[in-house]
Ligand binder design. Sequence first.
Ligand code: NDP
Ligand code: OXD
Length: 313
Amino acid sequence: MEKGKILLAVTAFHPQRWHQLLAAEREVVLEPAGANDPSIAYAVVWKHKPNLLSGLPNLRAIFSVGAGVDHIFADPGLPGVPIVRVVADNLTQYMTEYVVWRVLDHHRHGMLYRAQQPKKIWHEPPQRPAGDISVGIMGLGHLGRAAASVLLSLGFAVNGWSRTERPMKGVSTYAGEAGLIPFLNATDILVVLLPLTPQTQGIVNYGLLKELRRRNGLGGAVLINAGRGRLQKDADIVRALDDGTLKEASLDVFEVEPLPKTSPLWSHPKVFITPHAAATSDPAHLVPAMLRQMDAFERGEKLENLVDREAGY
Ligand code: NDP
Ligand code: OXD
């Protein structure tokens, strides 16, 4: 198979760096220039314009520059070619750092101490062992499992919820709709690392948060969402924080991004916000893997990290 040209349609993540690195090995066309170009074999995308890819007659595969692919499925004119997503050690490491950072901060009363400091308050709440707290990870995939294993090594009790059964040593695992309530009932700190699909959209709502366990030294249940914003209902999180259903939340993702300045989440004293920065795609790490996959595909080998179109992730 001949060396295929790339259409690059990346609307964040510093497109020029992706361009530079991809162009060192292959011919790259920047959208919208190549929208009908028969010589384009691959599209490298992040939030590309709808119907951009439908005019490419010889497209062989679509590469997402992120782990999530909801941005690709948002295209109503999506061609039926294979979709490759990111599974990479450095992205996994970033996400593990984020999850462990946020879990430890809530566990060690970070929010309380940050509020006390400007008021010069010298007060220590009771300390509890990590083993008294159970962290429940919704989405026990590549990112969820990596975070789970570090949390286990720190002594936390860890639960995991997935669509299909995903046994993991040391983790209490639950699957599917039948497993959801038992999973929540056994979880103090909920970490959301699900993909956004028609099945998961809006899943993190008030009713779900009500099911979390609250018998722990944290003084309440905690939500950490680093999956996707539209998994959650922002207004339900505010309600849950205000009525004590949730003690605190760390949110990296939001229904609308950037988070509108009018959102009450910005100034909520129980919320810690990061700007969709839990695990950023680094072209220096990811482009070599993409180019290797294209070369291998042209030698007749299989593509790796393929998205399951039916499951939607
Ligand atoms: P994976 O595909 O490896 O794992 C997804 C997990 O979610 C799997 O365990 C899967 O179940 C589970 N799942 C999917 N649908 C359902 C469902 N309906 N019910 C229950 N469980 C479900 O994805 P990754 O771990 O690589 O990434 C997860 C998500 O993290 C991405 O889709 C992306 O949205 C987000 N992300 C966010 C970043 C950020 O910076 N904030 C950075 C990178 C990713 P099963 O195991 O049975 O398939
Ligand atoms: C991703 C992201 O999906 O950065 O990789 O959100």
